[in-house]
Design a protein around this ligand. Structure first.
Ligand SMILES: Cc1cc2nc3c(=O)[nH]c(=O)nc-3n(C[C@H](O)[C@H](O)[C@H](O)COP(=O)(O)OP(=O)(O)OC[C@H]3O[C@@H](n4cnc5c(N)ncnc54)[C@H](O)[C@@H]3O)c2cc1C
Length: 374
């Protein structure tokens, strides 16, 4: 098939999910990827990012020009401002000021969510990304006491990594009896023990009073007050990891969103009534935990787009979510990479295998399809 006859797939957002989809469709289709940044800046492993930025960057901050499989993709640096489903086209505010309309045959929405200071939809260049990352790390490195508010995977990972870093006393506050809601009960018990072993002072049953209008998008220094009645707590720095994510869906009409603003999808990860439009990753209301990013939702979308291109809609694959969250919580540590599973079991990949096999071979070669050296 000549390149001009290939269908056009527009991928909105080239984060953890969108980048994988773009690399895998680039041979069969003309792929246009819209990205707010010129690099993959992963939302994964905030804990290790805050204590060992150079190592985190090797796997989780990668300029798109290094991805061999994105060579054939038209990467547009900017933000989608609107979509016209009737005429199958999107409008993009391109970095630098112009705007561009792009028609599509298939549209994949993978624009993710905003979460604290580490995930957002601002249009940025590489220098700004670097400056922001270094400033946050420097502020934490200079603190002698740190409060982390929030007992989800991010709060736990950050608190544990900072405590292992050893520069500050670290206090983790969460509102339940045990951290990690949404994880299997035995994972939650294991993590409570792990935090204590690693030197985190855990304060259960503390619900913070969130300052009016504050979205947790920067570090704070004022005392934290509790609606659960405890005395205010003062640390040099407070990091908020409240899990209150905001979906990046302002460019979409309300008719395709649920009450919280996430994109409604069917079992094939398509928007109902729009057979050529998919949504996947944290932005998609695919299951109660919205877990299609780590549950390989990108494979479902890639396969289903290819089937539609071949004219075989009866062959579409169905997305299946796991009941409990799974994956790595603490990131790579001296003892290796511990991965918790949906059934509550966990396994550990020793460090000397994790670095060469998981990060260099699996992530960089298999998942990303080969990276150029810097
Ligand atoms: C294979 C895999 C394994 C994983 N394993 C783990 C694990 O072990 N532990 C763990 O904690 N998590 C894991 N995760 C999941 C991870 O925590 C998040 O769920 C994931 O980062 C979400 O990806 P996303 O593509 O939905 O969003 P993001 O990575 O946030 O990407 C969205 C992108 O879209 C951009 N964007 C937003 N609005 C617009 C717009 N209007 N126009 C253009 N661009 C826009 C954003 O700026 C951002 O760059 C894994 C994910 C994957 C894919």
């Amino acid at each position: 098939m000549s390149s001009s006859r290939k269908p056009t797939v527009v991928v909105a957002g080239l984060g953890d999910t969108g980048a994988l989809i773009a690399t895998r469709l680039a041979r069969k289709c003309n792929v246009v990827g819209i990205s707010t940044r010129p690099a993959l800046v992963s939302g994964q492993e905030l804990g290790t990012r805050l204590i060992d930025l150079p190592r985190w960057r090797r796997t989780y901050l990668i300029p798109y020009r290094r991805f061999r499989k994105l060579d054939a993709v038209d990467v547009v640096h900017g933000r989608i401002s609107s979509v016209d489903f009737e005429n199958s086209k999107i409008s993009v505010d391109v970095s630098g000021g112009s705007s561009r309309e792009i028609p599509y045959d298939y549209f994949v929405i993978a624009t993710g969510v905003s979460n604290g200071f580490w995930r957002h939809d601002r249009v940025e260049d590489l220098t700004t990304i670097d400056t922001e990352l270094s400033a946050i790390n420097a502020e934490l490195a200079n603190a002698s006491s740190i409060a982390v508010v929030g007992g989800g995977a991010t709060g736990v990972s950050v608190a544990d990594n900072l405590a292992r870093g050893g520069n500050a006393s670290v206090h983790l506050f969460h509102s339940g009896d045990e951290p990690l809601p949404g994880y299997h009960p035995s994972v939650r018990r294991w993590m409570a023990r792990q935090l204590a072993t690693d030197g985190v002072t855990v304060h259960p049953n503390h619900r913070a009073v969130v300052p009016e209008g504050f979205a947790g998008d920067h570090l704070t220094h004022d005392p934290v007050e509790w609606s659960t009645g405890q005395d205010p707590f003062t640390a040099d720095v407070t990091l908020w990891a409240l899990g209150g994510v905001t979906p990046h869906t302002k460019f979409l009409p309300a008719s395709v969103l649920d009450d919280e603003g996430f994109v409604l999808v069917d079992k094939n990860l398509r928007i109902p009534a729009l057979p050529n439009v998919f949504a996947v990753g944290d932005v998609a209301a695919s299951d109660p935990l919205r877990s299609s990013a780590r549950n390989w939702g990108f494979r479902i979308v890639v396969s289903n787009v290819k089937e539609l291109v071949r004219g075989r809609p009866s062959k579409l694959k169905t997305y299946k979510a796991s009941e409990y969250r799974w994956g790595s919580i603490l990131g790579l540590q001296e003892e290796g990479l511990t991965v918790v599973q949906p059934n509550g079991k966990r396994f550990r990949i020793p460090r000397k295998l994790a670095e060469p096999l998981l990060f260099s071979v699996f992530v960089q070669r298999v998942l990303y399809g080969g990276l150029r050296k810097k």
